[in-house]
Design a protein around this ligand. Sequence first.
Ligand SMILES: [Fe+2]
Length: 387
Amino acid sequence: METTASALHHCKFEVPEIIFGRGVLSQVGSCARRLGGKKVFLVSDEGLFSAGWVDQAMRSLLEAHLSFVYYDQVSPNPRDFEVEDGAREYIRHGADVIVGLGGGSAMDAAKGIATLVANGGRIRDYEGSDKIHRPLPPLVLCPTTCGTGSDVSQFAIINDSERRCKLTIMSRCVAPDISLTDPDTLETLPEEYICTTATDALSHALEAFFSVASTTLTDVNAVRALRLISRSFVKAVHEHRPEDLENLARASLHAGMAFSNSLLGIVHALAHPIGGLYDANHGSVNAVLLPEVIRYDLPVVTEKLPELAYGLGYAFPDDEKGAAEMVQETIEKLLDAAGAPRSLRSLGVAREDLPSLAQNALKDICIITSPRQADEKDLLSILERAY
Ligand SMILES: [Fe+2]
């Protein structure tokens, strides 16, 4: 596939060690052990405990002759105080390695705890880009949803409970040492979460692909993710077939590698303040915003549309207008067929909050790499169309 000349400039691509495959959760103990751990701080949640995955991870830790402390005080959209409590528990028990098992919430909480045990202070001290100065303890992240990408990314998103906003922490320090994906864990994920987390992966892939910081290496991963999502998203949601779930797990990984290196755009810049204010599901918010942001971005990304069309499984049409329409239509059909929510109103967003949400999105770090430079008016009009 051809790439643009600009994509070859300053190419830098960083990813953790990656282990992927059915049944690899049994290797989590040996991973923690070879990172030098003796006492593991295992972060997960109640849902995964009930589904039996926490038990499997614990068995693997014991088989590797490691002791562990289990911490499950993590909400969806993890709170600052949960991360701060977790750090105190880690220190109190003398743990020396962290394993995060779960969706974005458990993994981001693990990242936040690791940040605090090594650097002290409060989690809000690390908001923004490159604010972490001391290296984190060894970190193994095991995703159990099909979208977050947190297991390979340099982002951690934590809710500031006092200011009711999301703190975006961006640092190479929060990328884990090992990303371990066992697609079998998706088989107990409820349909609704397959839909919302795969929508998150779809947003990651598209935003990474359109990002002004995209490179050959991020593009190849974004396109691969899009191909897998277009092939398996709807079937995975409605039929729950293991091969489609595995494709979505793989797509999440590829999209994660892409966005961690090229960053994101307006969907995430708007999704963060909305998620912070309403405690809304991240994937659902993305599903609503994505079609409107694509409509806004398409006029400035026409030269990348052939590759995108290929990613979505089409031959490229002759004219750019046709390609843009095709991309727009494909994404909307995919979201509709998977049953994704389609309006901000249905997520409980109040119309009178739209202006302040647009203002806050301008301060989010994800806005920097948007292919089209948006001002407050543009963002407000995207929100109004998505309302
Ligand atoms: Fe996301």
